[in-house]
Every structure is written in structure tokens, then in C-alpha cells.
Write a protein that binds this ligand. Structure first.
Ligand code: GA4
Length: 332
């Protein structure tokens, strides 16, 4: 990302929003120890209460996380013209400041990749070819370890929900046609602009994730904020050794609203760069997204109209980041 002089900064990025700095870190984030026999119950409770939890004892080797973090930083440190060769995102590829196709902007640069190594998009191949040979294995090692953990988490979720078939969610993520993706985000500090406005720049504006679950890991720089049920925004203390899981819109529907998808955003730290890596676990495109029959009590009905993941995704990509995307699919 190019550092600009102050007038140019204001001219070019007046669209990037800022918000009042919030100093307090939230200490109530549920922590799930994956090696704990009670993990399935804690996961369900966390998804009902917050749509969000932190995972420890996850089994993903720390070296996979640090290796990918350093490779990502090397990529983001390349000259702008080199990074631009991997853009603009379609949605895969390198993007800077523009998020999605409908005018959303943020103080961010990112790489969006297909998470299935068998269907690596043209853009990803280009990125891998242009960069040192270790970038691709770093992505693949990390993503395959994180996927395994995600499969385990949704299986525990099914156990906790009392669903007889514990693979009902994981088979969607494990499917070779699973429409999952992987994102590397870089939020460079911008002290000049923050000092000018006296506010925190918004790196990634508020939104919910459309998929089933998202698995996030960041370096030791904070910035992630979540919206609690009462609408208050709280900051999540960073923890580079753990993962943060959030419920996506599709899981909200599959649980008939028992789990709520998490509204979250990222504020830029004035002096430290934040790098995050997120696996978005989604179903195959033709999969019907509907409440799991065993989660709809007798006499109760589905709160949602019938739709496939493809229909939901198409509609999501026509929306703005902060829109309530499920609204269109709710029964009135
Ligand atoms: C949010 C979750 C993932 O980052 C993402 C995002 C996607 C994009 O960046 O292209 C979207 C956003 C996300 C939801 C609404 C649309 C699509 C930007 C946007 C405005 C990759 C995804 O799948 O949905």
C-alpha cells in the first residue's frame, strides 16, 4: 500500500470511514478447549449466546501459522505494481481498499483464494507462480490443517445439538465441490490519517459472513470487534496462538435461527500492522440451505424460504457489506 502525503490522503480516501476509538477489550469471549470432553456443549452454548468463540488446544501446528504469516507479509511488502498483477479480484486475487463489487471500501489490502487445492483459480496460480516457491506450500499446509480443525468443530457442534448424524455439517465442508474460500488480510497502520481524524480507520466494515463457519487467525495485533446481542461493539483481544470461530448466515438458517450469524468488523491499529487469515467454510453451490429437520421442533416451521447456496451467494455479492442479507430469505 502506498503511503501518500496528507492532502492526497484526504482526497483519495475520504470514502474510508472511521469510528471513535473504543478502548475496552471484552473479557467474556467463550474459550473452547478442543481436547475437553465437554467441548461440544460449550460450542453450542457459545454459538447460541455470541455466534463466536475462541479455540485452544486445536492441534494446528504453530509453525504453519507463523510460516504463512511471514509469507503473507512478504507478499504484501512487494511493490504495488507487482501486487496489482494479481488483481483486481474477480472475486479471487489481490484487492486493495475496495471490498466486493458494490462500492464498499476499507483500509485494507488482501488476497482472496479458493481454498480447495484441486481447483486453484487462475488468479491463485498466477500469485503462486510470481512468488517464492514456499508461498504455495505455506498456504496449502495451513489451509489443510485448519480445514481438519473446522471439520472437527462442526462435528462437535452436531453432537452438541443432539443431531444423530454427526457428519451432517462436516460433509458439506469436506465435499470436493465445497464452495469454501481463504482470505489473507493486511491492515497497514496509517498514523497520519488517524491523527488527522482522531478516529480509528475502518479496515473492514461491519458485516456477517454468508458461509457456514469462518475460522480466523491473526497476528498479535488487535482490531477485530464483534457486535453483542444488544448491539454493543466490543474489541476482541488478539491471540496469535488461537483461532476464532464465527457462525455464518448459512449456519443460522440450518439451525433455524438457534445460532445467530455474527456481525463483526475490523478497526485499524494506529501503529501496528494486522495480518489475518480466514478460512470460510461453505457448502457446494447446489446445496439446499434449510433448517435441519431435527432442529425444527414439532409444530414449528422453517423461518426461511427455500434456497440453494448458489442463490444466496449470488444475492450476497449483489449486496453492500453492511446489508442484512438474510432478510430477503426470511418468511414474512
Ligand atoms: C464477507 C466474507 C468473505 O470475506 C467474502 C466477502 C465478499 C468479498 O470480499 O468479496 C463480500 C462479503 C464477504 C459479503 C457481501 C459481498 C461479498 C463483499 C461484499 C460486499 C469473501 C464473502 O464470501 O462474503
Amino acid at each position: 500500500m502506498v503511503v501518500l502525503s496528507q492532502p492526497a490522503l484526504i482526497d483519495h480516501f475520504s470514502l474510508i470511514k472511521a469510528c471513535k476509538p473504543t478502548s475496552s477489550f471484552f473479557s467474556g469471549i467463550p474459550v473452547v478447549d478442543l481436547s475437553d470432553p465437554g467441548a461440544s456443549t460449550f460450542i453450542v452454548r457459545a454459538c447460541e449466546e455470541f455466534g463466536f468463540f475462541k479455540v485452544v488446544n486445536h492441534g494446528v501446528p504453530m509453525e504453519f501459522m507463523t510460516m504463512l504469516e511471514s509469507e503473507a507479509l512478504k507478499f504484501f511488502s512487494l511493490p504495488q505494481s507487482d501486487k496489482d498483477k494479481a488483481g483486481p479480484p474477480d472475486p479471487f486475487g489481490y484487492g486493495s481498499k475496495r471490498i466486493g463489487p458494490n462500492g464498499d471500501v476499507g483500509w485494507i489490502e488482501y488476497l482472496l483464494l479458493n481454498s480447495n487445492p484441486d481447483v486453484v483459480s487462475e488468479k491463485s496460480l498466477l500469485i503462486f507462480r510470481q512468488n517464492p516457491e514456499i508461498f504455495r506450500p505455506a498456504v496449502e499446509n495451513y489451509v489443510s490443517a485448519v480445514k481438519k480443525m473446522a471439520f472437527k468443530i462442526v462435528e462437535l457442534m452436531a453432537d452438541g445439538l443432539g443431531i444423530g448424524d454427526r457428519n451432517v455439517l462436516s460433509r458439506l465442508l469436506r465435499d470436493e465441490k465445497s464452495d469454501s474460500c481463504f482470505r489473507l488480510n493486511h491492515y497497514p497502520p496509517c498514523p497520519e490519517l488517524q491523527a488527522l481524524s482522531g478516529r480509528n480507520l475502518i479496515g473492514f466494515g461491519e458485516h456477517t459472513d454468508p458461509q457456514i463457519i469462518s475460522v480466523l487467525r491473526s497476528n498479535n495485533t488487535s482490531g477485530l470487534q464483534i457486535s453483542l446481542r444488544d448491539g454493543t461493539w466490543v474489541s476482541v483481544p488478539s491471540d496469535h496462538t488461537s483461532f476464532f470461530i464465527n457462525v455464518g448466515d448459512s449456519l443460522q438458517v440450518m439451525t433455524n435461527g438457534r445460532f445467530r450469524s455474527l456481525k463483526h468488523r475490523v478497526l485499524v491499529e494506529p501503529r501496528k500492522s494486522r495480518v489475518s487469515m480466514i478460512y470460510f467454510g461453505g457448502p457446494p453451490l447446489n446445496e439446499k440451505i434449510a433448517p435441519l429437520p431435527c432442529l425444527v421442533a414439532e409444530g414449528e416451521e422453517s423461518k426461511y424460504k427455500e434456497f440453494t447456496w448458489w442463490e444466496y451467494k449470488k444475492s450476497a455479492y449483489k449486496s453492500r457489506l453492511a446489508d442484512y442479507r438474510l432478510g430477503l430469505f426470511e418468511k414474512s
